[in-house]
Design a protein around this ligand. Structure first.
Ligand SMILES: [Ca+2]
Ligand SMILES: [Ca+2]
Ligand SMILES: [Ca+2]
Length: 314
């Protein structure tokens, strides 16, 4: 019994001495005492060439350049995924709602990933989720696409009343307008078309290649703020009327004259300045009331709508 206690005491003493020696000398590499061999493994805090790895990689992958290319029943979705170390994998899920559900086979070439989807339904919005992972993190990105739908073959009539037009014998009361159709589910722009509404604020067109389906429609006047209507349904076999005048209650607001194309959909100091520059000219774009001359009456139309914005053009 005494002998055992003595032996235990010796071992404890040796352990204590060994520990004191190690810490006292700051020797964090292999050290030997007479009885114990202790090895301290100190994790390296330096970053090995090429970046960290394993659990020290706390920078998630980056997903960029998402692109969709659709047809009637197929779609290709591509993207670029990069990582500070390496992308482990990317997965792709899609479906008719943002619950996704169906997985698509991912192809990869370097940093370029893509999926080819088939057997899709025409004229249908799809939602997708991309997930890319390295050894410790996941990055996700979402998106939508709409498959092509058969072109609308019937008559499409656009009605819009530009404000402050005054009758003038032989005058040009028309207005160039751009129609934009957004998918009502995904809000994606599906179609745009520029036409001129006539002196009674109407334009009837056919065979313009508009898709069929459910849309929100935005009409942007050449010198007028945009107006949106929702619940637009285009299907073959039925003529469609898009009434942006709300049965003549609403007029397209004038004054967005500065710039080109769809302009900025906002009446501000730049429009006042642009209108001023065209004073005394016969420029139809600036002759807002179409009385034949750009003058103070047209400027007043701009000023009345100062600081107004049109319905959003996405
Ligand atoms: Ca990483
Ligand atoms: Ca403007
Ligand atoms: Ca005028």
């Amino acid at each position: 019994m005494i002998n055992n206690r003595y032996n235990i005491g010796v071992v404890l003493l040796l352990l204590l001495l060994g520990g004191c020696f190690l810490f006292g000398s700051f020797a964090f590499t292999a050290q030997e005492t007479g009885d114990i061999n202790v090895q301290f493994v100190v994790p390296s805090t330096s970053t090995p060439p090429g970046g960290g790895g394993g659990s020290s990689d706390n920078i998630p992958p980056v997903i960029s350049n998402i692109n969709t290319d659709v047809s009637f029943t197929t779609a290709t979705v591509s993207w670029i995924a990069t990582d500070n170390v390496s992308v482990g994998y990317c997965s792709f899920n899609y479906g008719l709602t943002d619950m996704y559900g169906t997985s698509g086979a991912t192809n990869v070439a370097g940093s370029n990933f893509y999926v080819n989807l088939s057997d899709l339904t025409t004229g249908t919005p799809y939602y997708f989720l991309i997930t890319c992972a390295d050894t410790s993190n996941q990055t996700t990105a979402t998106g939508t696409f709409v498959t092509l739908s058969p072109a609308f073959q019937n008559k499409l009539t656009i009605i819009a009343k530009p404000e402050k037009r005054v009758p003038k014998t032989g005058g040009n009361l028309s207005l160039d307008v751009t129609l934009l159709l957004y998918d009502s589910a995904t809000k994606q722009l599906m179609f745009s078309f520029t036409t001129a509404i006539n002196d009674v604020g109407s334009s009837t067109v056919q065979y313009i290649g508009a898709p069929t389906g459910n849309f929100e429609a935005v009409l942007k006047g050449q010198s007028h703020l945009a107006k949106k209507i929702i619940g637009v349904h285009l299907e073959n076999g039925t003529d469609a009327v898009l009434d942006f005048s709300e049965a003549s209650v609403f007029s397209l607001l004038a004054g967005d004259v500065q710039g080109t194309g769809l302009k900025d959909n906002y009446v501000d100091i730049l429009d006042i300045s642009a209108e001023d520059i065209k004073f005394n000219s016969h420029n139809l774009e600036f002759d807002l009331n179409r009385d034949g001359i750009v003058d103070v009456l047209d400027m007043s139309a701009v000023l009345v709508n100062y600081n107004k914005k049109g319905d959003p053009i996405l």
